[in-house]
Design a protein around this ligand. Structure first.
Ligand SMILES: Cc1ncc(COP(=O)(O)O)c(C=O)c1O
Length: 388
């Protein structure tokens, strides 16, 4: 068969590649605990499924590229009630997941001369998308001792180094770090951004509802309203509402940016599924007590996994404040990518930290039941005994 090499061949998601490997081994009968994917193991809430059933009975026609009006209204309501942010109807764009909104935003704004500041560790798709749009990511490493947060000093250094910085990416709780920013952190970042009036901020808040702290969630636009015009908040139903496959995400930002994002949307897949959008309205408008219940479960799993992982002197594992990933630092000399492949043979699938710009680490998702998670962590700890 003829193998087609495309310019995009290098952009395959390393997370999906590991997940695929694990799935292939399982299909071949191997016993593999898969901790690769950031996919909640819960189902969508019952009232969401009910709303989808009802929507099936009506005509599901093409919808506007910026989303159906009731969904835009529900997104505005949540932004107001949860974050105190007042967006107009023309400041909302709905897409096929947060991922497509981010891609659309980059596609709409980046030229080959542009750069995007991405703190590491990062969600692997940011640099891939930036490069696919012909622009350059500028990676700013953060450290465990700073809680994997971008500091004002780091941001200043990155912006000074850049020639044509277009965007700064902020993601909290972070994938893979789970790190959150305090009000003070955000004020300090805002002070730096005020000196660079042309730079936009992509605030990826997709894990905002999955937190293990009591404090309310803070996003840059609420802390620094004077910057709101150049902040794009990205969110969606995938993580909090366990609706990954429904593919509904959105962006809230300035009218001009939202209009540009909608144009890109209209020329690729027109809109995300009308059925999914109707279900997303039910998610945003319906009862939300289950969020706290699920967070308590995630927290219990996190603690159970930490208990096992911290019994190994080959690992150092910080306690994440949000999202559902553990980032384990390797105290062995082995390369993380080689190790992740070895670990597959030992029956445990993880993602090497290199995929997130943080070599020497492994990411483990705890969006899986506790027994499976603990078994996976035990396999990891026991397999590491073989390494110096
Ligand atoms: C940081 C981050 N942003 C965005 C997304 C994409 O979410 P969605 O399913 O809404 O496209 C993910 C999914 O893993 C993520 O981890």
């Amino acid at each position: 068969m003829h193998n087609i090499e495309t310019p995009n061949s290098a952009f395959q998601s390393p997370i999906l590649l590991m997940a695929k490997r694990a799935a292939a081994m399982r299909a071949a009968g191997r016993d593999i605990v898969d901790l690769t994917l950031g996919e909640p193991d819960f189902n969508a809430p019952a009232h969401v499924i009910e709303a989808a059933h009802q929507a099936l009975g009506s005509r599901l026609s093409y919808a506007p590229s910026n989303g159906i009006e009731p969904l835009r209204r529900a997104i505005r309501m949540r932004a107001w009630e949860d974050r105190g942010l007042d967006f107009g109807d023309d400041q909302i764009a709905v897409g096929c997941g947060a991922k497509q909104i981010i891609f659309n935003a980059f596609q709409a704004t980046l030229t080959p001369a542009d750069e995007v500041i991405v703190p590491a560790p990062y969600w692997a798709s940011y640099p891939a998308m930036i490069k696919m749009c012909g622009a350059q990511p500028i990676i700013l490493p953060t450290t465990a001792s700073q809680g994997f947060r971008l500091t004002a000093e780091h941001l200043t250094a990155g912006l000074r180094r850049a020639v044509s910085p277009k965007w700064v990416v902020l993601n909290a709780p972070g994938n893979p770090s789970g790190a959150l920013y305090s009000k003070r952190d955000l004020h300090a970042l805002a002070d730096v951004l005020r000196q660079y009036p042309k730079v936009m901020v992509l605030s990826d808040d997709i894990y905002a509802e999955i937190r293990f702290t009591q404090e309310p969630y803070l996003t840059l636009a609420s802390v620094a309203p004077d910057l709101a015009e150049r902040i794009l908040i990205v969110d969606g139903v995938s993580k909090a509402y366990a609706m990954t496959g429904w593919r509904v995400g959105w962006g809230c930002g300035s009218k001009s940016l939202i209009s540009a994002i909608t144009t890109v949307q209209s020329q690729n897949c027109t809109q995300t599924s009308t059925l999914s959008q109707r279900a997303a309205v039910a998610a945003l408008e319906g009862p939300r007590d289950f969020l706290a219940e699920r967070n308590a479960i995630y927290r219990q799993r996190r603690d159970a996994a930490l208990h096992v992982l911290r019994s190994s002197n080959k690992l150092q594992v910080p306690c994440p404040e949000g999202a559902f990933y553990l980032l384990a630092q390797l105290k062995t000399s082995i390369d993380d990518q080689a190790l992740a492949l070895d670990l597959l043979e030992a029956g445990i699938a993880t993602v090497p930290g290199s995929a997130f710009g943080l070599p020497g680490h492994l990411r483990l998702s705890f969006a899986t039941d506790e027994a499976t998670l603990v078994e996976g962590c035990k396999r990891l700890v026991s397999a590491l005994e073989a390494y110096a």
